[in-house]
Design a protein around this ligand. Structure first.
Ligand code: GLY
Length: 401
């Protein structure tokens, strides 16, 4: 029991039943379908305002998640008419991603995985759409162009080689799967080599002694030596930004999937334990894990972190022995029970999103972000919520990350 949080601490909620999961996914797909007239040619913003997304162009790091919702709906469509509808929209959006990489519109950052995995890798995997393959390979090349060999990591943000930009962030663990995919498709190992090096560098420095994680780590711009950890979106440098910890959970599970290196199971257990230990009783974290029950009047939650962590628990469950698998699957289903019951949008008149109470970024005196999407739907929360439902209902289905 030492490596686990006592499941009794999570006892307030039962596991979501298959019927509950199925109904929840049906509701999500209905929402996607209803959103299509407004969002077939356009993309929702990163976060809602007053719980409603507005349509915009394919420009942010988050545009791929909506297309991912469309492909998840395609996969689960109940009839040929719906399937056709989702396929048409998904292809149109994949074309938009090809155009985006071709004209190099807002691609000078590391979020190529978030953009191109749920949109184009999904499209290619599901319907062998060649435009999507071309787009995703170009995106993988773009991601490789941000690799810094002196420190063996992918630079997260900003102008390459600028001295202040020598940093990676934990979120990138979800961008590098694009490189493994590209290696598989092209048979060119250099993508996987960069992915492996980036993950090794990240894991060497990002987990602190208490098993919480840094959001971002800096390196000496000349030698590539580790310099220090810091936060951008967490409450303060040494606190544990909930979503960063969740990216760590899902990221280590994917790292294991792609490498088979058992070290990643240990990292997964460490970051998972810290995350679970710091959940409030409704199993949906506050936006930073330094907050707990009693803080609900001052601090918003980040439901997207819960959905991301669930995807990580379910991915890693595939590779664990029976006992560990049963534990993480049960934890995942308990969290889903709470998300469905307390956070899922069930009435279109209150929101055109899927999951309420996400937090994109909250400004504090100690961090470097600005307020955006505080206590709102966030589009990746919607996507990972649907991915988690799909994973439970169809455990054998493909997962694109
Ligand atoms: N990857 C950016 C975020 O999680 O807000």
């Amino acid at each position: 029991m030492d490596k686990w949080i006592d499941i009794n601490l999570l006892e307030k909620y039962p596991e979501a039943s298959d019927t509950m999961i199925k109904e929840a996914l049906d509701m999500c797909m209905e929402q996607v379908k209803n959103n299509l007239p407004e969002f077939e040619e356009h993309f929702p913003a990163a976060n809602s305002e007053g719980n409603f997304y507005t349509p915009g162009i394919n420009t942010d790091w988050t545009s791929g998640f909506w297309t991912g919702e469309v492909w998840l709906s395609y996969e689960n469509a109940k009839n040929a008419t719906d399937k056709e509808l989702f396929e048409r929209a998904g292809k149109k959006q994949a074309d938009s991603f090809l155009n985006r990489i071709n004209i190099r519109h807002y691609i000078d950052h590391h979020d190529m995985g978030f953009l191109y995995i749920p949109s184009c890798v999904a499209a290619y995997s599901l319907i062998s759409y060649e435009n999507a393959k071309e787009a995703a390979i170009k995106a993988a090349d773009q991601l490789c162009s941000r690799y810094r060999p002196e420190g063996k990591y992918i630079q997260a943000w900003g102008e390459m080689w600028a001295r202040d930009n020598a940093r990676l962030i934990i979120d990138c663990m979800l961008n590098v799967p694009l490189l493994y995919w590209a290696s598989e498709v092209t048979k060119d190992e250099h993508y996987a080599e960069i992915a492996k090096n980036h993950i090794l560098t990240t894991m060497k420095h990002i987990i602190r002694d208490d098993d919480s994680t840094w959001h971002t780590i800096f390196f000496d711009p000349d030698t590539g030596e580790f310099s220090h950890g810091a936060t951008c979106q967490g409450y303060k440098d040494a606190s544990a930004w909930a979503r960063g910890q969740a990216w760590g959970i899902y990221g280590t599970a994917i790292a294991y999937k792609n490498t088979g290196d058992k070290e990643y199971i240990k990292y997964f257990e460490r970051v998972s334990k810290y995350f679970l230990k710091h959940l409030p009783t409704d199993l949906c974290p506050y936006w930073d894990l330094c907050f707990g029950d009693g803080d609900e009047n001052e601090q918003p939650r980040d439901s997207s972190s819960a959905a991301i962590a669930v995807c990580g628990f379910l991915e890693m469950s595939k590779y664990l022995d029976e006992e560990d698998k049963a534990y993480y699957t049960s934890v995942a289903k308990k969290i889903m029970y709470s998300l469905i019951k307390n956070y899922q949008v069930k009435d279109r008149s209150i929101s055109n999103g899927q999951l309420l109470h996400g937090t994109y970024a909250k400004k504090t005196p100690y961090n470097t972000c600005k307020n955006s999407g505080v206590d709102e739907c966030v589009i990746w929360g919607d996507y990972f919520f649907m991915e988690a439902l799909n994973r439970i209902l169809r455990p054998g289905s493909m997962s694109y990350f």
